[in-house]
Write a protein that binds this ligand. Structure first.
Ligand SMILES: *Cc1c(COP(=O)(O)O)cnc(C)c1O
Length: 367
């Protein structure tokens, strides 16, 4: 993980955003697999406005790293988790009247206030109050003495693939904002994630963005406006050659014999498999970089090993460094390419590297 690249990405994204736009750093799922403590520390050093995570346990981890930082919990809370909001000074996402009632009563019982963002469903079909009923719920929230409305937001379902549906969602959201009178002045109004910031037109009530993938150097939608921000990958994925051997033509390779050698071959056995996060879907599909050269994956990826063809890479030897994702001059396999070959998306790829894989950090900052 290249923390210096991560910080350069932050600076470039922040520079590309309008000055008043607040930066909500989305660091759920162990900061997209990059390691919550390292990433959050860097974000605190570099300066962001708010953190967003999925649940109270992730939020508590951030709170232990620093008091005072606003932390938004994106997912709904189980009733038995509500008290963590008070204990760790967190901000909840609410979608229903029931949640508002529940949190208001809890806050009253503890003579305190709970901060909330109201989420509006404008077409994602997941969390949030359906946009038709949002104005009503917004009005209602202001009547709860122990709730403080700090934000209103929505989430786009197809920001990286369908700009016209994103515009429909944006309009539904803006209609709610426009028909609601007396919104608190400091209210955070946000919708855009890494892919959506492109479609953000300048004069609008939006004053915050929620950035996840892009800050890790993977543009979800490279063709568009924020695709112009030159971000660099933070994550790279490496293994080594554990064994090399020669096999005659017509030998079957790996479980279920899904590949048969077409020629006398030299194969390398890599010391990583799906137990490390090399997707089974890369079987007979993907390739890796050894000494700057692309080498094809042969047969099924197994739990602990992956077999590649090094017949055309005669210098390959035991112990060689192997790149699964990253640069190995003159070649590169991006997380996007890797995910595409594995028929998945970069978000899942980053979350799929297992505990067994040692995380190595470079570019740390002395403090
Ligand atoms: C994960 C998440 C984001 C960040 O999305 P990216 O595409 O990774 O930028 C933003 N908002 C919500 C509600 C999320 O769950």
């Amino acid at each position: 993980m290249d923390l210096a690249a991560f910080e350069r990405n932050l600076k470039r994204i922040q520079a590309a955003l309008p000055a008043h736009m607040r930066y909500v750093a989305v660091v759920k799922a162990d900061a997209y697999g990059h390691g919550m403590p390292q990433i959050v520390r860097r974000l605190m050093q570099s300066g962001v406005d708010c953190f967003a995570v999925a649940n109270v346990s992730e939020a508590a981890d951030i709170r232990h790293m620093g008091a005072g930082w606003p932390i938004l919990v994106l997912s709904p809370l189980l009733p038995q988790e509500d008290y963590f909001l008070i204990q760790h000074d967190l901000t909840a996402t609410v979608s229903t009247l029931d949640e508002c009632e529940r949190l208001n009563s809890l806050a009253l019982a503890h003579s305190t206030i709970i901060k909330v963002h109201l989420k509006i469903d404008t077409g994602m079909g997941r969390l949030g109050v359906w946009h038709d009923s949002a104005t009503e719920l917004l009005a209602k929230i202001s009547t709860y003495p122990a709730l403080k409305l700090e934000g209103v937001y929505t989430h786009f379902s197809s920001a990286d693939s369908d700009p016209s549906f994103t515009q429909i969602q944006r309009k539904r959201f803006l209609d709610v904002i426009a028909t609601t009178t007396a919104l608190p002045p400091e209210l955070l109004i946000h919708a855009d994630n890494s892919a959506g910031i492109d479609t953000l037109s300048s004069p609008s009530p939006f004053n915050a963005v929620r950035i996840g993938l892009l800050q890790f150097g993977i543009p979800p939608y490279p063709e568009s406006a924020l695709g112009r921000v030159a971000v660099e990958p933070v994550f790279s994925f490496h293994t080594r050659i554990g064994l090399i051997k020669e096999l005659p033509a017509h030998t079957d390779i790996s479980y279920a014999r899904t590949h048969r050698l077409s020629r006398d071959s030299r194969i390398a056995i890599l010391t990583a498999g799906y137990g490390d996060g090399v997707p089974l879907k890369l079987s007979n599909q993907g390739s890796v970089l050894i000494r700057g050269q692309r080498c094809a994956i042969l047969g099924r990826v197994t739990m602990d090993q992956t077999i590649v063809d090094v017949t055309d890479c005669p210098e390959a030897k035991i112990g060689d460094h192997v790149v699964l994702i990253g640069k190995n001059a003159p070649n590169e396999i991006t997380a996007t390419e890797f995910s595409h070959t594995a028929q998945t998306i970069p978000w899942e790829t980053l979350c799929s590297v297992t505990k067994r894989v040692t995380r190595v950090y470079v570019g740390s900052r002395e403090v």
